[in-house]
Ligand binder design. Structure first.
Ligand code: ZN
Length: 271
């Protein structure tokens, strides 16, 4: 009996030892697993590392997309330099030799490009509703007509004792050299007040010009040769010459106070 009791005590002792050993092994295994798991997550799936990498990629992407925006930016309007209503005709840009235009009469034997006839009629009738009396004094011109007007102007200066070269240069600021005038496009009209029909700077002060200068953009027209843009247009101030460019373009040009040469230059950057 005593022997049995001792044996039991011994066995219990052995069990205790076994249990402690087992628990110790378990602890080592758990510690090893924990350490390994931590090490593994730091080196492979570390959230810090991922975040840094993704930030770098994002920054790279942002840089790339900024560069793309700079390479392919969009203009603030839908205007394109190849649009029919944005044709640039001036001393440096002659009207194409094969230029063709379908004309429509607006009033009193004045013809313009048929695509702008309705806009012009509406602008004139709206001005008349305001009690004003605008009249068209010049519209579409053929090459022959432009040649006649130009040579007449040159003769005026020759009479004033200028030599041929000087006379031609001075005349070109008032009447476009044939082939370089907008009237040949059918997109330009000269409009004056019926009360003051002289083509000089006083025209600006008539009620008709004041109204047209303020409102023509709503119909797609711009005052083509503003006084402060003479260096760019190479034409003297003409507060009677209106050019059709389309409503959106006209509105933009008026807002930014830019002439057609500047607007074309602006659009060219996006081509
Ligand atoms: Zn004109």
């Amino acid at each position: 009996m005593i022997k049995n009791k001792r044996k039991m005590k011994q066995e219990k002792h052995i069990i205790d030892k076994k249990t402690i050993l087992l628990m110790f092994i378990l602890l080592i295994v758990l510690t090893t697993l924990t350490v390994y798991w931590n090490y593994d997550s730091r080196t492979t799936d570390s959230p810090v590392a991922t975040s840094t990498n993704s930030n770098t990629i994002q920054e790279k992407n942002e840089t790339n997309s900024i560069m793309i925006v700079e390479e392919n930016p969009k203009p603030e309007t839908n205007g394109k330099i190849t649009d029919w209503n944005l044709i640039l005709v001036n001393k440096n840009n002659k009207i194409p030799e094969n230029f063709n235009v379908e004309l429509e009469e607006v009033e009193d034997g004045h013809f313009v490009d048929k695509r702008i006839a309705e806009s012009l009629k509406l602008m004139l009738s709206d001005a008349r509703k305001e009690g004003l009396n605008p009249i068209i004094c010049s519209s579409y011109r053929t090459q022959e007509k432009q040649e006649k007007l130009y040579s007449d102007k040159v003769k005026e200066y020759l009479k004033l004792k200028y030599n041929q070269e000087q006379a031609e240069n001075l005349a070109s600021y008032w009447v476009a050299i044939p082939g370089t005038g907008e009237h040949q496009t059918g997109l330009a009209v000269d409009i004056v007040s019926s009360n003051y029909q002289i083509l000089d700077e006083e025209q600006e002060h008539t009620k008709e010009q004041q109204w047209l200068i303020d409102n023509s953009y709503k119909y797609g027209f711009v005052l083509r040769y503003p006084t402060e843009k003479k260096d760019l247009t190479m034409i003297n101030y003409e507060p009677w010459h209106y050019r059709y460019v389309g409503i959106e373009n006209a509105q933009y040009m008026k807002e930014k106070n830019i002439c057609l040469e500047e607007y074309i230059e602006y659009l060219r950057k996006f081509e």
